[in-house]
Write a protein that binds this ligand. Sequence first.
Ligand SMILES: [Fe+2]
Length: 188
Amino acid sequence: MQNDSLRALYIDELRDLYNAETQLVKALPKMAKAASNDQLREAFEDHLRQTSEHVSRLEQIFDQLDEKPSGKKCLGMEGLVKEGSETMGEDYAEAVMDSAIIGAAQRVEHYEMAGYGTVRALAELLGENDHISLLEQTLEEEKQADEKLTELAQEIAPQALEGNESDESMPASKVGRSTSKTKTKKVA
Ligand SMILES: [Fe+2]
């Protein structure tokens, strides 16, 4: 009986993650488009490929469970994606915008890491050994994506500061390292 309710929770959590990942598959191209820094854009493109893989891994798990992946809306991810869209609508200079998008993306990664940590623990309790390695691979990739974003933030955020110090009328060629344009970027 107890095992059944834990199993129900496991499936519910997996459905929540499945929905979260599919929302992210739609959101990541917009974040890549809004990014000015080339490395940041590539990081989003790489993570989009990984995210499609995360969706496939969850589908594999649902196949093994003989359950459907659909049926749940992840409101947490919906909120994070909405906040990210709001951020991308702001009138920020490029390095500031990139820093803001990184902040939004890291919230997403931490949210997913929490979700995968939970399902991995549940898989262990339920003896779903085939699922553990699949979930761990994804969890590891979310962690790596988060670390990559931290590295990029450390590189990009100081550029925003440089942009701030310079005179407004000065060409902001020092603001962005890879793209040296004065324009601000507004997507969303
Ligand atoms: Fe993911």
